[in-house]
Design a protein around this ligand. Structure first.
Ligand SMILES: [Zn+2]
Length: 157
């Protein structure tokens, strides 16, 4: 797969049994559907390891407003949306495969945002319950609908 920002080859990186794809030319990272969920909590070792790995690469000055094509589906333009409800971090998501592209620093910002939602060290949802997953999926759908509405009113106006 190619980096959607720089067009260079993405390097597969395996952390905790999950393989993500890293761009060493812009410090961006590609997550297949649901993979980001495993890296976004601030007190999680996997997220910390990935953030540290990414921090060793420099991000060149890029036009971050440029729309990106999905590395898995180069014919598909990714959608831009805010992560969560804080509306601080914009991420790119493929409508085809649900994969997510994060630019340099965005993983760290997301981990900080997730940390603000509850005290660090708060009890995590016991494994086996899917409350968190359902909640996330629902939020994603709501965000997607809100974005679609925004785009439509933009086009009309
Ligand atoms: Zn895709």
């Amino acid at each position: 797969m190619k980096c959607p920002r720089t067009g260079t080859a993405l390097k597969p990186l395996r952390i905790g049994g999950v393989e993500v794809d890293v761009s060493e030319h812009c410090a961006g990272v590609w997550f297949d559907r649901f993979e980001l969920d495993k890296f976004k909590t601030p007190n999680d070792a996997m997220g910390e390891a990935l953030a540290q790995h990414l921090s060793q690469f420099n991000s060149p000055l890029l036009d971050l407003s440029a729309r990106l094509r999905c590395p898995r589906h180069p014919e598909t333009m990714m959608m831009r949306r805010f992560f969560g409800q804080a509306r601080k971090v914009e991420i790119d998501e493929c409508p085809e495969c649900g994969g997510i592209w994060l630019d340099a620093e965005e993983l760290q910002l997301i981990r900080e945002l997730v940390g603000q939602n509850g005290p660090v060290g708060a009890p995590v949802v016991p494994s086996g319950t899917h409350v968190d997953v359902i909640d996330d999926a629902l939020r994603r759908d709501l965000d997607r609908i809100a974005n679609a509405l925004g785009a439509a009113s933009h086009a009309a106006g």
